[in-house]
Design a protein around this ligand. Structure first.
Ligand SMILES: C[S@@+](CC[C@H](N)C(=O)[O-])C[C@H]1O[C@@H](n2cnc3c(N)ncnc32)[C@H](O)[C@@H]1O
Length: 272
């Protein structure tokens, strides 16, 4: 007789290194709460998936806490492809937080309002990333006349979350790219290139839009040097304001103050 576990289809994807850290994804969590909080509040059943939470469940615990400040009914499902990491997370389950074994198929009933995949695709090949995006976007809550639909946030950061870049996608595909940093840790904006998500990291070469963007950002940063005497934040705000004359910056000073900037995906999308 086949056991229930043996008859379940294998999760889609590959086990990779489980490196994580408490508070590592705070910048991404806060951004999601700010830009997607209203959608989560409107959703009938606001389910957020922390896909590939790693060797310890901290990022899922923190995602629940931060999203609930914006949308108190939010529930989080941590999904991990490595079964031992699911077993290790189970003692951390609580009201609104469960852990499930699974992969890119997203083993939750229905269509989630959010899928967050941080530092997951980085360990896959570039040519796999587009198919994974498509698969995950197809699992999101669909758009309707009162909603833009669910959000997939996929990106990368350093070990302690000082430098972060992520792409946000809706059911229809990629929408924006966000760069976020602890500004004191940056010599120049292009330092963030090392954290570009899989879809962009191999495209940071002359002739590609993301390369031109980071070059222009460095120039704007250099031109804003006199503002450094008021602090790195004022310098960043000034540089982003300048950058916005040539690039479709999608947010405003309230976000720039956090050491962020969000740009329309179309402007940075790889050529060809
Ligand atoms: C580097 S850790 C990232 C942990 C956490 N998200 C963070 O940013 O700190 C990547 C995790 O993703 C998991 N993973 C890789 N592919 C996956 C998939 N297809 N579905 C679910 N988890 C996956 C790996 O097993 C690993 O534990």
């Amino acid at each position: 007789m086949t056991s229930r576990a043996a008859s379940r289809p294998r999760p889609v994807g590959t086990v990779t290194r489980g490196t994580t850290n408490p508070n590592r994804l705070r910048r991404m969590d806060r951004w999601i709460a700010a830009v997607h909080g209203a959608e989560l509040r409107r959703a009938t059943d606001p389910v957020a998936v922390d896909l590939g939470y790693g060797a310890a469940p901290w990022t899922a615990v923190e995602l629940l806490r931060r999203l609930r400040t914006a949308a108190p009914r939010t529930r989080v499902v941590g999904v991990e492809i490595e079964p031992a990491r699911v077993a290790a997370a189970l003692p951390y389950e609580r009201e609104g937080l469960v852990f499930r074994h699974g992969g890119f198929e997203i083993p939750v009933p229905g269509r989630p309002a959010l899928i967050r995949a941080a530092n997951v695709l980085r360990q896959y090949d570039e040519d796999e990333a587009a198919a994974v995006w498509e698969r995950l976007c197809a699992r999101l809550a669909p758009a309707s006349d009162r909603s833009r639909g669910g959000l997939l946030v996929e990106g990368t950061c350093d070990e302690i979350g000082r430098r972060h870049v992520w792409v946000a996608l809706g059911p229809e595909g990629p929408r924006t790219v966000t760069f976020a940093a602890r500004l004191g840790s940056l010599d120049r904006p292009s330092d963030l290139a090392e954290r570009l998500p899989k879809a962009l990291i191999h495209r940071n070469v002359p002739g590609e839009p993301v390369h031109a963007f980071l070059r222009d950002f460095d120039r704007a940063w250099a031109a804003a040097a006199p503002y450094a005497s008021y602090g790195a934040r004022q310098r960043w705000i000034r540089a982003v304001r300048d950058l916005g004359t040539d690039w479709p910056v999608r947010d405003g000073a309230a976000r720039w103050r956090q050491g962020e900037v969000t740009v329309a995906w179309e402007a940075l999308a790889p050529r060809g």
